[in-house]
Design a protein around this ligand. Sequence first.
Ligand code: TRP
Length: 361
Amino acid sequence: MSEKTANGSRARILTGDTPTGQLHLGHWVGSLENRVALQDQYECFFLIANMHAFTTRADKPDEIRRSTIDIIKDWIACGIDPEKSTFVLQTEIPGIAELSWYLAMLLPFNRVMRNPTLKSELDAKGLGDNYSFGFPMYSVGQCADILLFRPELVPVGEDQLAHIEPCREVARRFNQMYCGVDSHTEDEDYVSAGGLFPIPEGKVGRVARLIGTDGKHKMSKSLNNAIFLTDTFKQIKKKMGGLYTGRVAMDEPGDIHNALFDYVRAFIRDDERIKELEEAYSKGDNIGDGHVKVEVAEHIDKLLEPMRERRVPYEGKEGDKKVLELLRAHTEQANNAAEETLYLAKQAMKLDFGKRSLVFA
Ligand code: TRP
């Protein structure tokens, strides 16, 4: 079944990742899994936010480039099919920077700065007041990333919802101000009421926030508590083995709301087995943490196995070359979609002076 818009075309998805390292299990359960599941029903655009990576790592262009290529490999490994979906390399889409400016005019400065995800990123990085102008600008840029592709749906991890909200606000405002849409219009009716932008909806994955193998914080590369999609069984077992639960003996009743059981429920995809483990563990029925950890590690390994296979044709320098070729071809597709929106947006804003041609025609 495919999701249709009012005019009968396939509804769209846009989402993406910032290239600051390889993708991990938190990305998988939070968003990647949804992307793979939805790529047949929707017309999908998957974005590498490489411009955003410069907000905090302007001095590391080599790393950003490396990670850009690695993330495309991660996507393909996950089962995102480059024949079905379009990859969007942010820095190759000039319309993103242009639309960011127009949207910045419709977003109050204080609204941008009130974004809790921006705040917690600054905290986590210990930046205090020491951040570039470009740092908060990225959240306006993220509205442009999304709106330029006019998606209905944005599958993201929970932390990203705070970016979707201003995007929805600015889309409503644009539609009201420049397309004459009444401010009482329901979100789902903005386009049929003459608006340019659908009001996009965030969609959080099966596990909103996966805890890291430190058992404390959200899984994140910078906190060194991540299981990467490229990890071997040995690495997975070792990382799972280090997950601290505080339980001392296997005949001691265990707390099934601990971090270990978050993993049980996230990665053992068999409800019967989950129930069995929960019962035994909570009774202290001779079931040790070690046993549960190995069982979880085996399930994670099973999940990653087909990913390893899909990765093979993209290994090494030759693989890098293939990725770059793919990106080049996809950039043209992405710009066609982007230029169409920008043309229409500038028309709505009475800015259709130039000769921006309809590349999509
Ligand atoms: N900020 C997102 C992240 O770091 C990446 C991103 C950039 C994004 N633009 C986007 C996600 C647009 C969804 C839609 O994970």
